[in-house]
Design a protein around this ligand. Structure first.
Ligand SMILES: *Cc1c(COP(=O)(O)O)cnc(C)c1O
Length: 382
């Protein structure tokens, strides 16, 4: 096979391209009608009252933490098995990221570990639905309520996932949920993100924080309007706006979400069947959970004689570019030097990192691509 198969990539069709061209020909490149449309349709899709489009998943996390009232010296409890942005955003608001180790079966944050790390300074829990498998939100919500903590779901992997009778993003068990539209994620806008909530108060804060803390809404002014040009800056916000060019792409991509997720699940199920006999641990999907498979990760068994590096390198030689998700955040030099974390602090996450590999999984993969990956993985591991 000549072509390189990456671990993830976007899927764009002519309708997506046409949607962007229409915006480019129109009046509004930003702050136009596509933003509202994308927000409305996204909110409807996940079953939330409100949605706020922003420039990235990281921007979404940042203003979600601010809106939730996380302040300097507060503690935010999250998993070390995530992209750095989940924890970094706590640092942006002056808070302390505190990690709780993962569960060795689901690879999601372990609720008992969360409880062990709650202190009088704890302010929020940030579960990450790693690879697209939802965390046990009912339990997490229970712990949060009994300790008066906010819950912010990092659902950057989990658009299209379901948990019990809920859809991830409907905020049944959280205050706020955040999503990313980076090209490797379920739907893309190039860069982009979305925040959902059922709280009108949080929604109003998020809308302001997205755009410099400025409001033009007469009803919320502190002072008497000087005229129709009048606006007020009431909070210190940012320019975290999504453009209409991106939002149009988002609206078009969202229409394909269901087919994207079912194709991802189809590929995952073929992998599951094919790898039964290999010396690897396969992803789990407990009863009542609907995995959206942002990633398909395998873990080499502890007793495996072949290393992850060997598998990675051999697959790369065959044109299959896998990835490792993730280097645990607490082991990053910045976190070790500035926050005092060290190797050994989170044994489950570190063990996971040492054995895990993300195989190619994206809707544009053909059945031939999938077969090729299966055959190569088997060839290397048998
Ligand atoms: C992608 C991702 C982010 C950041 O999203 P960006 O849009 O790249 O800023 C945050 N958390 C997780 C778990 C992610 O996968």
């Amino acid at each position: 096979m000549e072509e390189i198969i990456p671990y993830a990539r976007q899927y764009l069709d002519d309708k997506d391209i046409q949607a962007v061209i229409e915006v480019l020909k129109g009046d509004y490149l930003t702050t136009g009608p596509c933003i509202n449309k994308f927000e409305r349709e996204f909110a409807k899709k996940v079953g939330a009252k409100y949605a706020v489009a922003v420039s990235s998943g990281t921007a979404a996390l940042h203003i979600a933490y601010l809106a939730a009232g996380i302040k300097p010296h507060d503690e935010v409890i999250t998993t070390p098995m995530t992209f750095a942005a989940t924890a970094n955003a706590a640092l942006y608001v002056g808070a302390q990221p505190v990690f709780a180790d993962i569960d060795g079966k689901t690879y999601n944050i372990d609720v008992k570990e969360i409880e062990r790390h709650i202190t009088s300074r704890s302010k929020a829990l940030v579960p990450v639905h790693y690879t697209g498998l939802p965390c046990d939100m009912e339990e997490i919500y229970e712990v949060a309520r009994s300790n008066n903590l906010a819950v912010i779901e990092d659902a950057c992997h989990a658009l299209g996932a379901k948990y019990k009778d809920t859809v991830i993003g409907d905020c049944t068990f959280s205050d706020i949920t955040v999503f990313s539209f980076h090209p490797v994620k379920h739907i893309t806008t190039g860069e982009g993100g979305m925040i959902t909530s059922n709280s009108e108060q949080l929604y109003q804060k998020l809308i302001k924080l997205r755009s410099h803390g400025i409001t033009r809404d007469n009803d919320t002014f502190n002072e008497i309007s000087h005229g129709d040009w009048y606006y007020e800056m009431q909070d210190l916000g940012f320019n975290y706006r999504l453009t209409d060019i991106q939002a149009a792409l988002g609206v078009s991509q969202l229409k394909k979400l269901d087919s994207f997720v079912s194709r991802r699940r189809q590929i995952a199920s073929r992998y599951n069947k094919a790898f039964q006999e290999l010396p690897v641990e396969l992803p789990s999907e407990p009863e009542g959970y609907y995995h959206s498979y942002h990633l398909y990760v395998i873990r080499l068994k502890k007793e495996s004689t072949k290393t992850r590096k060997y598998l990675y390198n051999r697959l790369k030689e065959k044109g299959i570019h896998t990835q490792v998700h993730y280097l645990p955040v607490h082991t990053m030099p910045y976190y070790r030097e500035n926050l005092g974390y060290k190797l050994g602090d989170y044994p489950e996450a570190e063990d996971h990192y040492s054995r895990v590999l993300s195989l190619p999984l994206f809707p544009a993969m053909t059945d031939d691509d999938v077969d090729y990956v299966i055959n190569c993985v088997k060839e290397v591991l048998i």
